[in-house]
Design a protein around this ligand. Structure first.
Ligand SMILES: NC(=O)c1ccc[n+]([C@@H]2O[C@H](COP(=O)([O-])OP(=O)(O)OC[C@H]3O[C@@H](n4cnc5c(N)ncnc54)[C@H](OP(=O)(O)O)[C@@H]3O)[C@@H](O)[C@H]2O)c1
Length: 300
């Protein structure tokens, strides 16, 4: 039986209570299970913020916590490095995990999971929509929608790691579209020429929505399942470039070229299965907010 997050309590053993106290949350209260963010980078920071707002017991990890997480209380951060087995025991025994970096190399992923990912732990792993692979299907200008049943490219090392964690350890895989948000602004990608006016479809997700979906997947996602994480509105880069040029007069230095058609990612399973309403469903409205926050005015 799966319990809802509010009722998932744990009466800890003495050892677990000690561990909990060591990590700065109160094990005397009937508590939710602690969560460890494996790798607290861009998305991890947002997961941490959201978890704290929801009063969830959360620990942030880094390979160099004293440098990368110096603003986080010592009791709420731990050193964890997939490549360094001596750090694996730092994870509290009763913690659930959100894995936010590519699950490679496979041998190290296997060794870590065997050591640390028992079936009583919940595990969410961030993958990428680049995993899906429609093989030799003919390319068309309007690619078909891709849902979670689409085959994946198992030649990709990170896909091998994700599939191992999913099938052998019940990992919940989130296939994540392009992540944007504060300090990762697609308008800047256009200005810098990292992208240009091609016909390629791009799928995006705001980091705040991604963070919320990570926590929901941990709480109510089905072990061993896959969820596409995207705003569900794939757009061609040409369309975004025109809009950005009209609104802010910003034009990519790249010339228009023909390109691969890209993908159109269907997000229905995640929104329905994880019972979530996007906070950032409208790319252009959110870009306007990001531009405003960085002090840019609209074109007159
Ligand atoms: N950026 C995108 O548009 C995009 C799109 C689809 C999917 N994704 C995937 O989504 C996930 C989150 O992306 P993100 O941009 O938030 O990642 P990120 O900023 O790179 O954060 C991941 C953090 O993990 C830690 N880390 C890296 N390798 C590690 C290792 N071997 N052992 C332990 N910790 C390690 C690093 O922190 P320390 O250096 O402090 O240890 C790093 O900052 C990634 O898997 C990414 O590939 C990204």
């Amino acid at each position: 039986m799966r319990l809802c997050p509010e009722t998932r309590t744990r009466i800890g053993s003495n050892r677990q209570q000690q561990t909990n106290r060591q990590f700065g949350y109160d094990a005397r209260m009937p508590s939710l299970r602690p969560i460890v963010i494996l790798g607290t980078g861009y998305t991890g920071r947002w997961i941490q913020k959201l978890a704290r707002e929801q009063s969830l017991p959360i620990l942030a990890s880094s390979r160099q916590p004293e440098h990368h997480l110096s603003d986080i209380a010592q009791t709420a951060r731990i050193r964890f490095d997939l490549e360094s087995p001596s750090t694996w025991s730092a994870l509290p025994l009763d913690a659930d995990l959100i894995w936010t970096f590519p699950a490679v190399p496979l041998e190290q992923v296997k060794a870590f999971a065997t050591h640390s990912c028992s079936h009583s732990r919940r595990l969410v792993v961030l993958g990428s929509t680049s995993a899906s692979d429609r093989g030799d299907e003919p390319l068309t200008d309007m690619p078909p929608w891709i849902d979670e049943t689409c085959p994946v490219n198992v030649d990709l090392p990170r896909v091998q790691g994700e599939e191992y964690l999913r099938t052998k350890h019940g990992g919940i895989i989130l296939r994540v579209a392009g992540i944007y948000g504060p300090h990762r602004n697609p308008v800047e990608w256009i200005r810098q020429g990292r992208v240009g006016p091609t016909n390629k479809f791009v799928n995006l997700i705001h980091v705040e929505d991604l963070a919320a979906l990570c926590l929901l997947a941990l709480q109510i996602g089905r072990a061993g399942d896959i969820y596409n994480i995207s705003d569900g509105l794939p757009r061609r880069w040409t369309e975004i470039c025109v809009e950005v040029s009209t609104r802010w007069g910003i034009v990519s230095p790249r010339e228009a070229t023909s390109s691969q058609p890209g993908k159109r990612i269907n997000n229905r399973k995640a929104l329905e299965g994880l019972r979530y309403t996007l906070r950032h469903p409208d790319l252009y409205r959110t870009l306007a907010t990001l531009q405003q926050e960085s002090g840019v005015r609209n074109c007159p």
